[in-house]
Design a protein around this ligand. Structure first.
Ligand SMILES: [Zn+2]
Length: 89
C-alpha cells in the first residue's frame, strides 16, 4: 500500500519534532497560554499545524511596548507590566 521509503518517515518525524519544538518555544516566549498544548499540536501534522498556530496567535494580538508578551489588540494597558501601549501596528 505504502511506497514511502523508510527514510522519509524518519525525516517526517524529525520535521514534526522540530516544528513542535519551535511552536512550543515560540508560544512560551510570547506568553501564550497552553504552550505545551501548542507543542503537542505541532506533533500532529506538518505543515498545517504550523500554519494554524501562526494564524491563531498572530491574529488580534500585539506586543506590549516592552515586547515581552503578546496582549490583545484592544487592551489599552498591558496586563503583565502595566505599561500603556504607545505603538500601533
Ligand atoms: Zn507589558
Amino acid at each position: 500500500m505504502s511506497t514511502f521509503h523508510p527514510i522519509l518517515w524518519v525525516l517526517l518525524g524529525a520535521l514534526l519534532v522540530a516544528q513542535a519544538t519551535w511552536i512550543f518555544r515560540d508560544a512560551r516566549r510570547r506568553g501564550e497560554g497552553y504552550a505545551w498544548l501548542w507543542g503537542l499540536f505541532g506533533l500532529v501534522n506538518v505543515p498545517s499545524s504550523l500554519i494554524v498556530y501562526i494564524l491563531v496567535t498572530r491574529r488580534g494580538n500585539v506586543r506590549c511596548t516592552q515586547r515581552l508578551k503578546s496582549i490583545p489588540r484592544e487592551a489599552r494597558i498591558c496586563p503583565y507590566c502595566g505599561s500603556t501601549r504607545k505603538e500601533e501596528n
